[in-house]
Design a protein around this ligand. Structure first.
Ligand code: BYC
Length: 345
């Protein structure tokens, strides 16, 4: 099962009986949010706000580390040393993003082990996009251009998220994502401008496969978004799923023209009245199939993460044993120092 998320708002928590102190704390919290202020880890916060953040931040962290897998598939087959070095650096960046985000989620009182357990048992979600296969080298460029492009569009507003540890993590992540997007675009540009017909066809094929899943990354339409309205009220999400999707389509349309690729949507065209590009209907049935565990690679991705966790057990045990040994040594040293001082006195 890949379907359930961590419950975010049990009915009894929506209307709990509250003490006068809690009412005052909540009023202070709401006022801080209303004035666009930030909430820190030690500040009081409503339980539902905390759970919403743990859900979103951990899903985001899981997406970063699962996102390493489709790219890892091409490390040994990168066409040049330069492209291999860039790809390795990018994958390492994703691991770093996962770490910043797990750390941000931990500040909310959920341990890393709990978060990973939820991923490994299929209770937590990760981005639908990483359940698609990377069939050719062009897929790696397209992931950079479209997937990281969509990620930046979604994540820049999160640098202003009301929960400060998440917002701070996002500042660092967005700087790196922007490099990721550019390297993807550059890799595609070289293939389109200097490559063979076969390479250009390979790029177009990758764009055709990744375009629609990239649009799905922004989540369901606003009308069907479970958490969107409440997250907007709390300043967690600053821009809605549909608005971000539209911004992404508008920005990407021109980039596609520069690259010389076509986007696989016959209904995609400028609408002067709206001041935006219109685009065709998204296959939401496919989105939910993938989110619910039936995408092309769901099983493979989860199995790879569980396997990595199990194979890494000895590293965790060794690190723990080392930390315990250091702590013992430190305690012995302190006892010896205290004895020495007592004898000297
Ligand atoms: N895939 O109420 P909604 C990256 C779920 S990392 C799967 O609108 P919300 C990268 C949603 O969780 C990219 N599930 O939700 C990494 C909810 O289910 P639950 C990841 C999705 O949270 C490596 C339900 O649908 N980015 O780019 O308000 C290499 C209803 O949705 C998806 C982030 O995680 C999806 N696409 O809004 C390269 C950014 N969309 O939890 C690149 C942070 C929705 O109730 N996250 N669902 O069971 C967010 O901004 C928000 O969580 C979302 C969804 C916009 C994704």
């Amino acid at each position: 099962m890949y379907t359930q998320a961590m419950d975010t708002a049990p009915a009894e928590e929506r209307q709990p009986l509250r003490s006068a102190d809690e009412v005052q704390l909540e009023a202070r919290f709401e006022a801080r949010i209303a004035e666009g202020g930030f909430i820190e880890a030690k500040d009081w916060m409503p339980e539902h706000y905390r759970k919403t953040l743990v859900r979103q931040i951990s899903q985001h962290a899981h997406s970063e580390i699962v996102g390493m897998l489709p790219e890892g598939n091409w490390v040994t087959r990168a066409p040049t040393l330069k492209r291999k070095a860039i790809l390795l650096a990018k994958i390492q960046d994703e691991a770093g993003h996962g770490l910043y985000l797990y750390a941000a989620a931990e500040t909310l009182g959920t341990s890393r082990d709990q978060l990973l357990h939820a991923l490994h048992t299929g209770k937590a979600k990760y981005s639908s996009i990483f359940n698609y296969p990377t069939l050719s080298w062009a897929d790696i460029g397209v992931i950079g251009w479209l997937v990281d492009g969509a990620a930046i569009m979604n994540q820049v507003p999160l640098t202003r998220c009301s929960y400060a540890p998440y917002a701070r993590a996002m500042v660092r992540i967005c700087r790196e994502e922007s490099f990721h997007q550019r390297q993807g675009f550059d890799s595609l540009r070289v293939m389109m401008e200097e490559g063979s017909d076969a390479q250009r066809a390979m790029v177009q094929d990758a764009v055709n496969r990744w375009w629609w899943p990239s649009l799905m990354m922004f989540g369901p339409p606003d009308g069907e978004s479970t958490h969107g309205a409440q997250s907007a009220r709390w300043g967690i999400k600053r821009i809605s799923n549909d608005e971000l999707r539209q911004k992404f389509v508008d920005a990407t349309f021109e980039q596609a023209q520069v690259l010389g690729v076509s986007l696989p949507d016959p209904l995609l065209k400028w609408n002067a009245e709206r001041g935006h590009h219109d685009f065709g209907p998204i296959d939401w049935a496919e989105f939910w199939r993938v989110v619910n565990g039936h995408g092309p690679c769901n099983r493979e991705r989860l199995a790879a993460r569980v396997n990595a966790w199990e194979e890494g057990a000895w590293v965790r045990e060794a690190a723990l044993a080392h930390a315990q040994k250091q702590a013992r040594k430190q305690a012995q040293k302190q006892t010896a120092n205290a004895l020495q001082e007592a004898q000297a006195a």
